[in-house]
Ligand binder design. Structure first.
Ligand code: HEM
Length: 411
């Protein structure tokens, strides 16, 4: 299958002075380890809302950078629909939706209510022991060696194992899930992405058929047994939910772990601060979630709207970059600085978005990140980057650290 790249034409209603003729991802990735610092600098070099003609393999879109504008857009679900927020169903020429992300209010709430209990704080409390045990076992496999490939040996495995436990799915599938996730989020080659989406689709659809015939106590079976408005969920709905939790829940945690551990490796004094004051780990996690946000979302304009000097037309795409929103100097003093004792820590960040689609997994994520940092700082000596292994940072729909090798003991 040959897949055409999207056209890079700029719609006639976009004033030329608002166009920045880059691929935003390429522009930010070019700064390597300092991608977020570069994203922060865009607040001083671009209009509040600008237009890029292309975004990786996605077509052109508006890029609002001010936190207040981003929040306004996320709140106004009538003007900014999240229908078709992701390109995946369309890539296959299919019409299912990622649920509840691609469902607008009021129907969104019906699905969300179904899913909330699975990721509620009480459920996460019950997982605490398991989360610690999984992290400890992974660390035990490399601790004595004095170094590790952080992604393959820890950051990819850890959230995937927890995710499989939460879903009640087979943990021996961890390798397969990691491989699909990496193909889906890392590749800028649309054919690779389409191949991964097809494999995930075929695998999950087969599991749905199996569970309809023979229910178990897993997540898929409980969705099949659920009803909305007195009706059982269709196969497309069950599949759309499973695909979304898979997409939303795996690489996001891997990527956040990558940025947090990259930061700590580059800032030994802050490792010491947290070793000596472990009660600060939760606020350190919040600060790093803010400073190293990773998720970019897309909305489509349903009716013409003017924000500031920009008029967006029906059908335009809008990028919601949590990185830009959380690095907005109108909201935070020295936003690019990572300060675990930041005086404006009370200003809420938008790493998990805002409004009705706010992240379903945020309680689980926070627990996973806190436990990972706590166990590393408690069980291993100060860690640092391995000198001859370059770090690679990816700016894409989900920002991430693709190569991160850590070592401890003598530098
Ligand atoms: C560091 C990790 C994570 C980050 C930064 C993150 C961030 C986000 C963001 C920004 C959104 C809003 C998307 C949009 O409005 O278009 C979102 C939604 C969502 N997230 Fe997360 N997420 C993370 C991990 C997880 C995990 C572990 C799960 C579950 C296993 C999860 C499940 C979801 C779901 C289901 C939605 C859609 C909610 C809705 O539409 O109502 N996320 N997440």
């Amino acid at each position: 299958m040959t897949i055409a790249s999207p056209p890079t034409s700029i719609p006639s209603h976009v004033p030329p002075h608002l166009v920045r003729d880059w691929d935003l991802w390429g522009e930010i990735s070019a700064k390597g380890q300092d991608a977020h610092a570069h994203a922060a600098s865009l607040h001083f070099s671009t209009p509040p809302i600008f237009y890029v003609p292309r975004l990786g393999y996605l077509p052109g879109c508006w890029v609002p950078r001010r936190s207040d504008d981003l929040r306004q857009i996320l709140q106004d679900t009538e003007t900014f629909t999240s229908t078709a927020a992701t390109p995946f169903p369309q890539m296959l020429g299919e019409t299912w939706s990622l649920i509840p992300l691609e469902i607008d209010p009021p129907n969104h709430a019906k699905y969300r209510m179904l899913l909330n209990p699975l990721f509620a704080p009480k459920r996460v409390d019950a997982l605490e022991h398991d989360i610690r045990a999984q992290a400890t076992a992974l660390m035990a496999s490399f601790a004595a060696r004095g170094s590790c490939d952080f992604n393959t040996e820890f950051a990819e495995q850890f959230p995937t194992l927890i995710f499989l436990r939460v879903m009640g799915w087979d943990t021996s599938e961890v390798g397969r899930f990691v491989a699909w996730t990496q193909a889906l989020v890392k590749s800028q080659d649309m054919q690779v992405v389409v191949g991964a989406v097809m494999q995930i689709r075929d695998y999950r659809r087969e599991r749905i058929v199996e569970r309809r015939a023979q229910p178990t106590d897993d997540f898929t079976s409980s969705l099949i047994a659920s009803q909305i408005d007195g009706q059982p969920l269709t196969d497309d709905e069950v599949f759309g939910i499973c695909f979304l939790v898979f997409l939303a829940g795996l690489d996001t945690v891997t990527s956040s772990l990558g940025f947090m551990f990259l930061h700590l490796a580059r800032h030994p004094a802050q490792q010491t601060e947290l070793r000596e004051n472990p009660e600060r780990i939760p606020q350190a996690v919040e600060e790093m979630l803010r400073a190293y946000s990773i998720v970019n979302m897309r909305r489509t304009v349903t009716k013409d709207i003017t924000i500031g000097e920009v008029t967006m037309r029906r059908g335009d795409y809008v990028l919601i970059s949590t990185e830009l929103g959380n690095l907005d100097p109108e909201k935070y003093v020295n936003p690019e600085k990572v300060d675990f004792n930041r005086p404006d820590a009370h200003v809420p960040h938008m790493a998990f978005a805002y409004g009705v689609h706010r992240c379903l997994g945020s309680h689980l994520v926070r627990r996973e990140l806190r436990i990972a940092i706590e166990l590393w700082l408690t069980n291993l000596p100060p860690f640092h980057l391995v000198a001859d292994k370059p770090v690679r940072v990816r700016a894409a729909g989900v920002f991430g650290v693709d190569d991160l090798h850590l070592a401890w003991g003598a530098a």
